[in-house]
Design a protein around this ligand. Structure first.
Ligand SMILES: *Cc1c(COP(=O)(O)O)cnc(C)c1O
Ligand code: SF4
Length: 345
């Protein structure tokens, strides 16, 4: 693989300020290898003692946090909204009625191994089990990924059987955990299907590991014949910094449309101010808010839940303080419905 430092390859990119640039720039695979991989390491990194929280040293969904994102956690603050998204806690072990292992009905929408065809005009590929970061509230934390890797040929069969599919969504896991060469092979399959006008990627990587947006990826995206949409997943304004700004600017210059989906999480982003700051911060980095999801009722995440009435009130308050184009749709996924349910637009 060539050098992953996109800031060296494109003279038109805004340079990171010297003091924020790491002494040695690692490529994204190297950054992945040195990611924090257990809660103790994470607490240590954040200058916190394990006694400060109901930290779980042996969670069934393991801890994983890339260092560039961990560096945005406020040191010594056990309530930090970034830390709470990733630290395994004992409260995840509570069994709460209504919170199960397949909250979105994914297992009933399988059109083939790794392929979900839930909504008419688009299909979704579970491209990989891997994620750069493990979010404690993840709706797929119990998804049987091992059985759902992606044999590309099934995509062709699905497109043939469903000529109304206009958009292919790469999901996961995180599709940008795949090497760019794998994405290129997938794009090759799509060359035979001009009905597919849009390629969408649902990814957290440009934000949790900005080095993933290297020149190889940017060049690949730039030359695709389809419209390319990247839907990021950012929950809090502090997840964005100068490094994400540079990575997102590189994507935009490659012609990529940038949207964001967030999940409404108790203790993380459940105030009008926090949501307003998030939407404004996204816009300064060229990203439009798309969805604000109510938490999917997944076992282990009940402590993050916000009730619908509170969410609706917050959304109404948000509309009063933001221009319409910065207000995300408040949405909820209901198993078996024809589209995500929008509770407020
Ligand atoms: C969310 C989702 C989509 C995309 O829905 P949009 O409303 O177009 O963002 C497609 N397929 C599946 C299975 C989904 O969960
Ligand atoms: S990045 Fe997405 S799929 Fe991966 S753990 Fe987080 S919420 Fe789940």
């Amino acid at each position: 693989m060539e050098s992953a430092d996109f800031t060296l390859n494109d003279g038109s990119l805004p340079m990171l300020r010297a003091e924020t640039r790491p002494a040695v720039t690692l490529n994204w695979q190297e950054e992945m290898q040195r990611a924090l991989r257990n809660g103790r390491e994470l607490l240590d990194f954040c200058d916190l003692s394990p006694a400060a929280l109901d930290f779980d040293p042996e969670p069934d969904f393991p801890c994983r946090v890339p260092r560039p994102w961990a560096a945005r956690i406020r040191k010594g603050d056990p309530r930090d909204p970034l830390l709470l998204q990733v630290l395994p806690r004992k409260c995840e072990r509570s069994v709460v009625p209504g919170f199960g292992t397949d909250p979105t009905g994914d297992l009933h929408a399988l059109a083939g191994p790794g392929l979900l065809h839930k909504y008419r005009s688009r299909c979704l590929l579970v491209t990989t089990a891997a994620c750069a970061v493990h979010c404690r509230y993840c709706f797929r934390r119990h998804f049987p990924y091992a059985e759902q890797t992606t044999p590309w040929p099934d995509l062709g069969a699905c497109l043939q059987a469903h000529p109304d599919i206009r958009e292919v969504i790469l999901s996961g896991g995180d599709p940008l955990m795949l090497p760019t060469a794998r994405l290129q092979r997938l794009a090759k399959v799509l060359e035979d299907w001009p009905q597919v006008q849009t390629l969408r990627l649902h990814t957290r990587m440009p934000v949790v590991l900005p080095a993933r947006v290297d020149s190889e990826l940017v060049d690949f995206l730039r030359q695709l014949p389809q419209q390319v949409v990247v839907v990021l997943h950012v929950n809090h304004a502090r997840e964005l910094d100068e490094e994400t700004a540079a990575a997102l600017a590189a994507l935009r210059r490659a012609g990529v449309h940038l949207l964001n989906q967030a999940v409404l999480l108790r203790g993380v982003n459940d105030s009008t101010d926090s949501q307003r700051e998030l939407c404004e911060a996204l816009f300064t980095q060229g990203v439009l808010p798309y969805y604000l999801h109510l938490l999917d009722p997944v076992a282990g995440a009940a402590h993050f839940a916000i009730d619908t009435a509170t969410a609706l009130a917050m959304h109404a308050a948000l509309r009063a303080v933001l221009p319409g184009y910065l207000v995300p749709r408040l949405a909820q996924e209901k198993p078996g419905e024809a589209a995500k349910r929008v509770l407020a637009g």
